[in-house]
Design a protein around this ligand. Sequence first.
Ligand SMILES: [Zn+2]
Ligand SMILES: [Zn+2]
Length: 252
Amino acid sequence: VRSLASTALRSLFDSLLVPSCLDCGDLVPSLSPFDFPVCAACAEGFERILPPACGRCGVPLPAAARAAVRCGPCRTHPPDFRRAAAAFVYGGPVARIVLRLKYGREAWLAPPLGRVLAAAAHASGLGAATAAGAVVVAVPLAPARLRSRGYNQAVLLGRAAARTLGLPLAADALARARDPGPQDHHGRRERRERVAGCFAVTTRGARVVEGRPVLLVDDVITTGATASECARVLLAAGAASVDVIAVARAVS
Ligand SMILES: [Zn+2]
Ligand SMILES: [Zn+2]
Protein backbone atom coordinates (compact mmCIF):
# COMPACT_ATOMS: atom_id res chain seq x y z
CA VAL A 1 0.00 0.00 0.00
CA ARG A 2 2.79 2.30 0.95
CA SER A 3 4.67 1.75 -2.33
CA LEU A 4 1.46 2.25 -4.29
CA ALA A 5 0.92 5.57 -2.52
CA SER A 6 4.48 6.61 -3.13
CA THR A 7 4.20 5.61 -6.80
CA ALA A 8 1.09 7.74 -7.12
CA LEU A 9 2.85 10.58 -5.38
CA ARG A 10 5.84 10.13 -7.65
CA SER A 11 3.79 10.31 -10.84
CA LEU A 12 1.99 13.38 -9.52
CA PHE A 13 5.39 14.88 -8.78
CA ASP A 14 6.66 14.04 -12.28
CA SER A 15 3.62 15.56 -13.94
CA LEU A 16 4.25 18.76 -11.97
CA LEU A 17 7.91 18.83 -12.98
CA VAL A 18 7.41 17.96 -16.65
CA PRO A 19 5.37 20.83 -18.05
CA SER A 20 2.45 20.39 -20.43
CA CYS A 21 2.29 22.01 -23.86
CA LEU A 22 0.20 25.17 -23.60
CA ASP A 23 -1.60 24.29 -26.84
CA CYS A 24 -2.18 20.52 -26.98
CA GLY A 25 -1.50 19.57 -23.35
CA ASP A 26 1.12 16.91 -24.15
CA LEU A 27 4.03 16.68 -21.76
CA VAL A 28 7.04 18.71 -22.89
CA PRO A 29 10.15 16.86 -21.74
CA SER A 30 12.75 19.16 -23.28
CA LEU A 31 13.14 22.90 -23.25
CA SER A 32 10.68 24.72 -25.50
CA PRO A 33 11.92 27.44 -27.87
CA PHE A 34 9.66 29.97 -26.12
CA ASP A 35 9.32 31.28 -22.59
CA PHE A 36 6.52 28.83 -21.92
CA PRO A 37 6.14 25.07 -22.43
CA VAL A 38 5.11 24.05 -25.93
CA CYS A 39 5.76 20.74 -27.66
CA ALA A 40 7.87 20.53 -30.82
CA ALA A 41 4.85 19.91 -33.08
CA CYS A 42 2.90 22.92 -31.76
CA ALA A 43 6.00 25.13 -31.68
CA GLU A 44 6.09 24.97 -35.48
CA GLY A 45 2.77 26.81 -35.61
CA PHE A 46 4.06 29.81 -33.62
CA GLU A 47 5.12 32.57 -35.96
CA ARG A 48 7.42 35.05 -34.26
CA ILE A 49 7.44 38.65 -35.48
CA LEU A 50 10.99 39.24 -36.62
CA PRO A 51 12.62 42.30 -38.24
CA PRO A 52 12.01 44.07 -40.49
CA ALA A 53 8.82 45.43 -38.95
CA CYS A 54 7.12 48.84 -39.07
CA GLY A 55 8.91 51.20 -36.70
CA ARG A 56 5.58 52.50 -35.39
CA CYS A 57 2.94 49.76 -35.33
CA GLY A 58 5.22 46.71 -35.46
CA VAL A 59 3.52 45.02 -38.42
CA PRO A 60 5.94 42.68 -40.22
CA LEU A 61 7.29 44.12 -43.47
CA PRO A 62 8.66 42.40 -46.58
CA ALA A 63 12.18 41.08 -46.07
CA ALA A 64 13.60 43.71 -48.43
CA ALA A 65 12.32 46.59 -46.25
CA ARG A 66 14.80 48.61 -44.26
CA ALA A 67 14.62 48.24 -40.49
CA ALA A 68 12.44 50.78 -38.66
CA VAL A 69 10.77 52.07 -41.85
CA ARG A 70 7.06 52.87 -41.43
CA CYS A 71 4.26 50.90 -43.08
CA GLY A 72 1.79 52.61 -45.44
CA PRO A 73 -1.07 53.10 -42.91
CA CYS A 74 1.37 54.56 -40.33
CA ARG A 75 2.63 57.06 -42.92
CA THR A 76 -0.86 58.26 -43.82
CA HIS A 77 -2.38 58.03 -40.30
CA PRO A 78 0.38 57.83 -37.68
CA PRO A 79 -0.91 56.19 -34.49
CA ASP A 80 -0.88 58.10 -31.20
CA PHE A 81 1.40 55.58 -29.52
CA ARG A 82 5.16 55.84 -30.02
CA ARG A 83 5.72 52.21 -30.95
CA ALA A 84 3.84 48.92 -30.78
CA ALA A 85 5.26 45.42 -30.77
CA ALA A 86 3.93 41.88 -30.42
CA ALA A 87 5.59 38.55 -29.83
CA PHE A 88 3.72 36.54 -32.47
CA VAL A 89 1.64 36.79 -35.61
CA TYR A 90 -1.99 36.08 -34.64
CA GLY A 91 -3.13 32.67 -35.84
CA GLY A 92 -2.74 28.91 -35.28
CA PRO A 93 -1.82 27.86 -31.74
CA VAL A 94 -1.32 31.50 -30.63
CA ALA A 95 -4.92 32.31 -31.55
CA ARG A 96 -6.20 29.16 -29.78
CA ILE A 97 -4.31 30.03 -26.59
CA VAL A 98 -5.44 33.67 -26.62
CA LEU A 99 -9.07 32.59 -27.19
CA ARG A 100 -8.85 30.14 -24.27
CA LEU A 101 -7.53 32.95 -22.08
CA LYS A 102 -10.32 35.30 -23.20
CA TYR A 103 -13.33 33.03 -23.50
CA GLY A 104 -12.37 29.70 -21.90
CA ARG A 105 -11.95 30.97 -18.34
CA GLU A 106 -8.32 29.81 -18.42
CA ALA A 107 -6.79 32.69 -16.51
CA TRP A 108 -3.80 30.51 -15.63
CA LEU A 109 -2.52 31.11 -19.20
CA ALA A 110 -1.87 34.79 -18.43
CA PRO A 111 1.35 34.46 -16.37
CA PRO A 112 3.33 32.52 -19.02
CA LEU A 113 2.01 34.81 -21.78
CA GLY A 114 2.81 37.85 -19.63
CA ARG A 115 6.42 36.72 -19.42
CA VAL A 116 6.40 36.41 -23.23
CA LEU A 117 5.14 40.01 -23.39
CA ALA A 118 7.95 41.23 -21.16
CA ALA A 119 10.56 39.44 -23.27
CA ALA A 120 9.03 40.79 -26.52
CA ALA A 121 9.00 44.35 -25.12
CA HIS A 122 12.71 44.03 -24.37
CA ALA A 123 13.54 42.36 -27.69
CA SER A 124 11.61 45.00 -29.65
CA GLY A 125 13.56 47.79 -28.00
CA LEU A 126 10.59 49.58 -26.42
CA GLY A 127 13.20 51.29 -24.25
CA ALA A 128 11.79 53.83 -21.79
CA ALA A 129 8.52 51.89 -21.51
CA THR A 130 10.37 48.92 -19.98
CA ALA A 131 12.83 50.92 -17.83
CA ALA A 132 12.57 52.11 -14.23
CA GLY A 133 10.06 54.94 -13.92
CA ALA A 134 7.63 53.45 -16.44
CA VAL A 135 4.19 52.16 -15.49
CA VAL A 136 2.19 49.28 -17.02
CA VAL A 137 -1.41 50.02 -18.05
CA ALA A 138 -3.93 47.53 -19.48
CA VAL A 139 -6.55 48.14 -22.18
CA PRO A 140 -9.85 48.05 -20.25
CA LEU A 141 -12.73 45.68 -20.92
CA ALA A 142 -16.31 46.83 -21.34
CA PRO A 143 -18.03 46.56 -17.89
CA ALA A 144 -20.58 44.01 -19.11
CA ARG A 145 -17.86 41.80 -20.54
CA LEU A 146 -15.79 42.15 -17.36
CA ARG A 147 -18.80 41.02 -15.32
CA SER A 148 -19.46 37.95 -17.46
CA ARG A 149 -15.79 36.98 -17.85
CA GLY A 150 -14.78 37.71 -14.27
CA TYR A 151 -11.42 39.13 -15.25
CA ASN A 152 -9.77 41.39 -17.80
CA GLN A 153 -7.18 39.29 -19.63
CA ALA A 154 -5.15 42.42 -20.44
CA VAL A 155 -4.87 43.19 -16.71
CA LEU A 156 -3.71 39.62 -15.99
CA LEU A 157 -1.16 39.84 -18.82
CA GLY A 158 -0.10 43.29 -17.62
CA ARG A 159 0.34 42.05 -14.05
CA ALA A 160 2.64 39.21 -15.17
CA ALA A 161 4.59 41.47 -17.54
CA ALA A 162 4.94 44.15 -14.86
CA ARG A 163 6.25 41.61 -12.37
CA THR A 164 8.81 40.31 -14.89
CA LEU A 165 9.92 43.84 -15.81
CA GLY A 166 9.95 45.04 -12.19
CA LEU A 167 7.45 47.81 -12.98
CA PRO A 168 4.23 48.88 -11.22
CA LEU A 169 0.86 48.02 -12.78
CA ALA A 170 -1.88 50.65 -12.79
CA ALA A 171 -4.72 48.20 -13.39
CA ASP A 172 -7.48 50.82 -13.28
CA ALA A 173 -5.75 53.72 -15.04
CA LEU A 174 -8.06 53.44 -18.05
CA ALA A 175 -11.82 52.95 -18.15
CA ARG A 176 -14.35 52.39 -20.91
CA ALA A 177 -16.26 55.58 -21.52
CA ARG A 178 -18.56 53.74 -23.91
CA ASP A 179 -18.59 50.46 -25.79
CA PRO A 180 -17.49 50.52 -29.44
CA GLY A 181 -19.50 47.35 -30.07
CA PRO A 182 -18.11 44.32 -31.88
CA GLN A 183 -14.93 45.27 -33.75
CA ASP A 184 -14.27 42.15 -35.67
CA HIS A 185 -15.64 42.97 -39.10
CA HIS A 186 -14.65 46.55 -39.68
CA GLY A 187 -11.97 48.15 -41.79
CA ARG A 188 -9.13 50.22 -40.45
CA ARG A 189 -10.80 53.57 -40.89
CA GLU A 190 -14.13 52.50 -39.44
CA ARG A 191 -12.41 50.96 -36.43
CA ARG A 192 -10.60 54.22 -35.80
CA GLU A 193 -13.87 56.14 -35.89
CA ARG A 194 -15.70 53.62 -33.71
CA VAL A 195 -13.13 53.65 -30.89
CA ALA A 196 -12.91 57.47 -30.74
CA GLY A 197 -14.13 58.56 -27.31
CA CYS A 198 -14.41 54.99 -26.00
CA PHE A 199 -11.68 55.30 -23.36
CA ALA A 200 -11.00 57.65 -20.48
CA VAL A 201 -8.18 58.02 -17.98
CA THR A 202 -9.45 57.63 -14.42
CA THR A 203 -8.60 60.18 -11.70
CA ARG A 204 -6.25 57.70 -10.11
CA GLY A 205 -4.82 56.84 -13.53
CA ALA A 206 -4.05 60.50 -14.26
CA ARG A 207 -2.08 60.75 -11.01
CA VAL A 208 -0.08 57.61 -11.82
CA VAL A 209 0.77 58.24 -15.50
CA GLU A 210 1.61 61.95 -15.14
CA GLY A 211 5.12 62.48 -16.51
CA ARG A 212 5.84 58.76 -16.85
CA PRO A 213 6.45 56.47 -19.84
CA VAL A 214 3.54 54.03 -20.18
CA LEU A 215 3.71 50.43 -21.38
CA LEU A 216 0.19 49.69 -22.63
CA VAL A 217 -0.73 45.99 -22.63
CA ASP A 218 -3.34 44.21 -24.75
CA ASP A 219 -3.79 40.58 -25.77
CA VAL A 220 -4.01 41.15 -29.54
CA ILE A 221 -3.36 44.15 -31.76
CA THR A 222 -5.69 44.06 -34.76
CA THR A 223 -5.43 47.39 -36.59
CA GLY A 224 -3.94 49.28 -33.66
CA ALA A 225 -6.98 51.60 -33.48
CA THR A 226 -7.82 50.67 -29.87
CA ALA A 227 -4.20 51.04 -28.72
CA SER A 228 -3.90 54.37 -30.53
CA GLU A 229 -7.06 55.73 -28.90
CA CYS A 230 -5.87 54.57 -25.45
CA ALA A 231 -2.50 56.24 -26.14
CA ARG A 232 -4.24 59.46 -27.15
CA VAL A 233 -6.11 59.80 -23.84
CA LEU A 234 -3.06 58.72 -21.79
CA LEU A 235 -0.91 61.38 -23.49
CA ALA A 236 -3.65 63.97 -22.97
CA ALA A 237 -3.59 63.03 -19.26
CA GLY A 238 0.14 63.78 -19.11
CA ALA A 239 1.87 60.45 -19.84
CA ALA A 240 5.43 61.09 -21.10
CA SER A 241 5.10 58.46 -23.84
CA VAL A 242 3.00 55.40 -24.66
CA ASP A 243 4.38 52.19 -26.13
CA VAL A 244 2.22 49.13 -26.76
CA ILE A 245 2.95 45.44 -26.28
CA ALA A 246 0.69 42.50 -27.15
CA VAL A 247 0.94 38.74 -27.32
CA ALA A 248 0.03 38.72 -31.00
CA ARG A 249 -0.81 41.01 -33.85
CA ALA A 250 -3.08 40.39 -36.78
CA VAL A 251 -1.40 40.49 -40.16
CA SER A 252 -3.70 40.89 -43.13
ZN1 LIG B 1 1.65 20.72 -28.25
ZN1 LIG C 1 2.87 50.66 -39.16
